[in-house]
Design a protein around this ligand. Structure first.
Ligand SMILES: Nc1ncnc2c1ncn2[C@@H]1O[C@H](COP(=O)(O)OP(=O)(O)O)[C@@H](O)[C@H]1O
Ligand SMILES: [Mg+2]
Length: 375
């Protein structure tokens, strides 16, 4: 395994998008914000970070309290320029509709219960809208670097798969089938379509009830004359992610589920020829000395022979606990290196406190860049 050089990545003028992916709770949002801050402050790149569901205090310190779906400058920087925003999925969808049709038509679509369901609760909408927003940010040309956080999906793969799934759905084939058929034949058709159809049916029945068929038919008609081609748009975004101006970073914690997820995702990116530049292993147990656990325990036992309450012995035992935990984590993490031997890695301990302000993001960024001791 080689080391991931984050500063080289952040300062690379050929990179314009960095996407932080991984399963839920591993530190994607924190990583995205910290890397964006470092790119702006240390490398002078005009940067924007697109966050998704950031923790409240982090949002506050990045000045993202106003949920207006546009990037705002972050205050309190040491240097450079950083904008931050959090994704408002429904507003992004509304903007897509509004920008492709007349005011009246847009108003009709917005009032349609089927549209309301899809735009606010449909599985995959958040992933799709993150890609839409990324496209908009790129098209504006205002930034050198866009750092993308990804949705807190069950699986990191959703980020790649959900937009196409939603686009296929919205592109009408399934909707047309559904709206053309009677309830009886609809059921048999759904059973033919398998698992994804089951998800659709659940959403339909729960949210839409009896109005389903007319709403869907109207909605599809509106979409088709105004901007058919959701699928085309999703495909274009997908292709854009294959460009080597993009960089994917997989974030994981040293737990079996997160590591497995990181392996699946990395393999998939490689298969899809998407530029995977590194893996960030976050939240390792911090160990302050390289003393192996067995030796620490031996020394503690020796000290306790003279004084069972010896405070140094107690500290040695605490160290031994942490060192053992760390060893177990390293064993779990080694599975990633074995499965994906060519992906550079960086390992990051759990920091002393949660990362909720600019200072916390700076130290996260410095530690991740291996620069913590050389500042
Ligand atoms: N290395 C770290 N040290 C301390 N706290 C961390 C670290 N990485 C993440 N956290 C904390 O863990 C929580 C989850 O991180 P977050 O970035 O929101 O994860 P995700 O976006 O993947 O769900 C946050 O409260 C964050 O401050
Ligand atoms: Mg998050």
């Amino acid at each position: 395994m080689s080391d991931l050089d984050l500063d080289a990545l952040l300062s690379d003028e050929g990179k314009h998008v960095i996407a932080c992916c991984g399963s839920g709770g591993v530190g994607k949002t924190t990583t995205a914000a910290a890397l964006a801050l470092r790119a702006a402050e240390r490398h002078g790149r005009r940067t924007v970070v697109l966050t998704i569901d950031p923790a409240h205090r982090l949002a506050q310190s990045l000045g993202m309290e106003a949920l207006d779906n546009t990037p705002r400058p972050v205050k309190g920087l040491e240097d450079g320029s950083l904008d931050a925003m959090m994704l408002d999925m429904k507003r992004t969808f509304d903007d897509v509709v509004a920008s492709h049709t007349t005011k009246d038509r847009a108003a009709e679509i917005f009032a349609n219960p089927f549209y309301q369901a899809v735009s606010s609760t449909f599985s995959g909408t958040q992933e799709y809208m993150a890609m839409e927003k990324l496209g908009q940010l790129q098209a504006s040309g205002r930034w050198d670097l866009i750092v993308l956080d990804t949705p807190p999906s069950r699986s990191a793969l959703d980020f790649l798969d959900a937009p196409a799934r939603l686009a296929r759905f919205l592109d009408g084939r399934i909707i047309r089938l559904l709206s053309a058929s009677t309830p009886g034949s609809r059921r048999s058709m759904l059973s033919l379509m398998g698992a994804s159809a089951a998800v659709f049916t659940r959403v339909f029945n729960k949210i839409l009830g009896g109005h389903l068929l007319t709403d869907v038919a109207e909605f599809t008609a509106s979409l088709e004359d105004t901007f058919g081609g959701f699928r085309k748009r999703a495909e274009a975004t997908f292709r854009a992610l294959q460009d080597d101006q993009t960089s994917f970073l997989v974030v994981a914690t040293p737990e079996p589920a997160a590591i497995n997820e990181a392996v699946y995702f990395s393999r998939r990116l490689t298969e899809e020829r998407m530029p995977l530049d590194g893996m960030i292993l976050n939240r390792l147990t911090p160990v302050r000395a390289s003393l192996p656990a067995e030796r620490a325990l031996g020394a503690a036992a020796a000290l306790e022979e003279d004084d069972p309450e010896n405070p140094v012995a107690a500290a040695l035992r605490t160290h031994a606990d942490l060192a053992r935990r760390r060893t177990a984590e390293q064993r779990v993490a080694a599975r990633y290196g074995a499965a994906c031997p060519n992906i550079p890695q960086v390992w990051l301990p759990t920091l002393g406190s949660e990362v909720v302000d600019l200072e916390g993001l700076r130290s996260f960024g410095a530690t991740a860049s291996g620069a913590a001791n050389t500042r």
